[in-house]
Design a binder for this molecule. Sequence first.
Ligand SMILES: [Zn+2]
Length: 221
Amino acid sequence: MALLCALPRAGVAELVDAADSKSAGGNTLGVQVPLPVPLNWDPMLPPMKYCSSCGETLNREIPGDDNRERWVCNHCDTIHYQNPIIVVGCVAEKDGKILLCKRAIEPRHGFWTVPAGFMELGESLAEGAARETLEEACADIEIGHLFASVDVISAGQVHLFFTGTLAGAYGVGEESLETRLFSEDEIPWDDLAFPSGRFALQKFFEDQGRNNGVHTFEWRK
Ligand SMILES: [Zn+2]
């Protein structure tokens, strides 16, 4: 367990003497480590009540050699870690226009979005972005480069966006009500589903086809 890389950014750290507080942030090296104030359960995280390994009731506690509260099963000693989820998407272009989907599902039913969704196990970021575009817009795309990263802190997600080129036709996937190509001045900015997609579209147009690296944004509700 990497102690230092997962600490909260500010306001919750204090130094403790590791030798006196093994169960509260200490380690066996005898060094001081920043200790975050134990987190009360964050309502944005999915609650966990029972152990998925043995079915017993879980407890909220700080495991030994860790520094924050986790869902812990004291019956089979499984620690159920919860970490941010990756969402991948693609700003796909054809003849200077961008492919958007009108959402047929909640949240934000009826609002427009770039094709994006949860990354699956066994695929790369780029493969996930291409798959989501195929699923939501029935479109085969050639993935370009990663250009936008949005930390959606309160939702426990990271949204990553690629450029892409629409190779052929497109259609309406099961999660979409409608799909269509928009020029920059046609983008329905007031009817976009999520700030992360808005950020990606803004940076896409600012880049004007150049690879200017990855633009970053922290979305805190
Ligand atoms: Zn268990």
